[in-house]
Design a protein around this ligand. Structure first.
Ligand SMILES: [Zn+2]
Ligand SMILES: [Zn+2]
Ligand SMILES: [Zn+2]
Length: 375
């Protein structure tokens, strides 16, 4: 550390880049402040963003962008006025601002999207903003574009159905609309061992005595256990107990997708996959520390994007924080897009292990898939 660098007043361990505070403590303080704001105080903040909307894409001054993100992620503010102003100024880098875009703004955006001579870069930004806005007009336009690609969209590696997942929805090969995110979100918070025993959501449990992976020999885990009968979890539409059983080592170190078939009585079976390793990289000590975690379901719902940012922890429902971009699998049984169900931030249960494991679900086929992403 250089001599001039001072330490954060709050945590005392990280460098204070923002006045007296480090980036983490500053964000935590601001988050608490935003969470506690009254509706009136929020309205003042929204007015402030509106008055300074052109700063949104000013790379030398991230204040408005930062404030916008906090207001949307933690309070899920209505963004219709922001979307209108952002569109007026042709600001298209912040997709989530368009989540409540009014119909006339969506229509104007779609008209631009339909132009044949659109620059692919602009088209890509437009698709992401429109995916956030969603709604039937956008769904129709995306489906039409998927069937009749424009000259610019032929250069894309992703289809409109994949762009749509960034906004929490998609469509199948027949064009039928399907949600890919649940509308509600709950964080997993630290509790006690006794509270964990009672919690309707538990993470990283040993699956059972002697249940080991046939490829690497690691103990199988129920990476998440969900009792959907708890009233807080009604939004999941799971009328029973779902155990997401997997080999965590193979989820992380195998390139092939790991699926699991579940029944609502709590039984579950990992499906075969192509393994790339015959030895586990996870030590017995690491397993022991992981299964000793005491995370429990948070007491109340939070905003859908609450956990859609760096290091916001594990969560169920809502929007994930994707380290490498949103990845929604197609159900191998029915061909419909799966739904993002939960994310486990690994370093909260496994010392200094990077990345998140994401769990997706097809409720019709009672199938789960595990995906892993890291920085
Ligand atoms: Zn700090
Ligand atoms: Zn394994
Ligand atoms: Zn399915």
């Amino acid at each position: 550390m250089c001599k001039e660098e001072k330490l954060c007043k709050q945590c005392g361990s990280r460098v204070a880049y923002y006045g007296d505070f480090c980036a983490d403590c500053r964000e935590e303080n601001d988050r608490q402040e935003i969470l506690q704001m009254s509706e009136q105080e929020l309205a003042v903040k929204i007015d402030y963003v509106c008055a300074n909307i052109q700063q949104l894409e000013n790379q030398d001054n991230e204040e408005i962008e930062y404030l916008c993100k906090m207001l949307i992620n933690y309070r899920n503010i209505n963004t219709s006025r922001l979307a209108e102003l952002a569109w007026e100024h042709n600001l298209l880098y912040h997709n989530t601002i368009y989540k409540d875009a009014p119909p006339h703004v969506v229509e104007a955006m779609l008209n631009r999207l339909r132009q044949e001579d659109l620059h692919p870069w602009d088209a890509s930004k437009l698709l992401l903003c429109l995916a956030e806005a969603g709604g039937s007009a956008v769904h129709q336009a995306f489906w039409e574009l998927q069937q009749h690609p424009r000259s610019w969209s032929k250069q894309f590696s992703s289809t409109p159905a994949v762009y749509a997942t960034e906004g929490g929805w998609s469509f199948d090969s027949q064009g039928r609309w399907a949600p890919t995110n649940f509308a509600e979100c709950y964080p997993l918070v630290k509790g006690t061992a006794a509270e964990k025993a009672e919690s309707p959501v538990k993470i990283a449990l040993l699956a059972g005595e002697g249940e080991i992976c046939e490829h690497c020999g690691a103990p199988l885990m129920n990476l998440i256990e969900i009792d959907g009968r708890d009233s807080r979890l009604a939004f999941l539409g799971l009328e029973g107990v779902v155990r997401a059983k997997c080999c965590l080592n193979c989820v992380i170190y195998t390139l092939d997708d790991n699926f699991c078939r579940y029944q609502l009585d709590g039984s579950s079976q990992p499906l075969p996959f192509k393994a790339y390793n015959d030895e586990s990289n996870i030590s017995a000590k690491e397993f022991a520390a992981m299964v000793a975690n005491t995370y429990i379901l948070g007491p109340g719902p939070v905003a859908p994007r609450y956990a859609a940012d760096y290091y916001r922890g594990s969560s169920i429902g809502g929007v994930a924080f994707w380290w490498q971009g949103c990845e929604i699998r197609t159900c191998p049984d029915c061909g419909k897009p799966m739904m993002y169900l939960a994310q486990i931030q690994l370093d909260t249960i496994w010392d200094s292990m990077d990345g998140n494991v994401y769990i997706e679900i097809c409720r019709d086929c009672q199938l789960l898939v595990f995906l892993y992403q890291q920085d």
